[in-house]
Design a protein around this ligand. Structure first.
Ligand SMILES: [Fe+2]
Ligand SMILES: [Fe+2]
Length: 169
């Protein structure tokens, strides 16, 4: 069984994953409004990933006999000044999420919940990948600067991102 302290913290992370999803959907809307369809597509795939993350928490809480409680999702920001600013904020957001996951691991260890700790290790690895990929795009955007042709090429490159694999049921 899941201790109520863990249940509360996992429900908070469940909400945080949906906030990430909502934030990236807002960024997708911004890119659509800028006619950067490839970056919009990249963000849409990011939305799908965050929804999968949320559902992993949903399933785990239930499996462990806890209760999932849905709460209000904070409204994300809706305007940015440039694609670079969007990705810089994505980097900052992902490193904040890494901090949240690390705090959950600390809690699982201090509460001696080994199952929760094992479950969270997937997220620890996932965050390494997420931070690296957004960092890479941010670096590319810095190189692009205000060169329209290069922005066009990067947008096309980012349009290639495919949906995350659907987990086996
Ligand atoms: Fe996530
Ligand atoms: Fe993420």
């Amino acid at each position: 069984m899941m201790k109520s302290k863990i249940e509360g913290a996992f429900n908070e992370q469940f909400n945080a994953e949906f906030f990430s999803s909502y934030l990236y959907l807002s960024m997708a809307a911004y890119f659509e409004s800028q006619n950067l369809k490839g970056m919009a597509q990249w963000m849409r795939m990011q939305v799908q990933e965050e929804n999968l993350h949320a559902m992993k928490f949903f399933d785990f809480i239930n499996e462990r006999g806890g209760k999932v409680t849905l709460t209000r999702i904070e409204a994300p920001k809706t305007e940015w000044s440039s694609p670079l600013q969007v990705f810089e904020e994505t980097c900052a957001h992902e490193s904040k999420v890494t901090g949240l996951i690390n705090d959950l691991v600390d809690l699982a260890i201090s509460e001696r919940d080994h199952a929760a700790n094992a479950f969270l290790q997937w997220f620890v690895t996932e965050q390494v990948e997420e931070e690296a990929s957004v960092q890479e795009i941010t670096e590319k955007l810095r190189m692009v600067g205000d060169r329209g042709g290069m922005m066009f090429m990067l947008d096309r490159e980012l349009s290639q991102r495919t949906p995350p694999p659907t987990p086996a049921v």
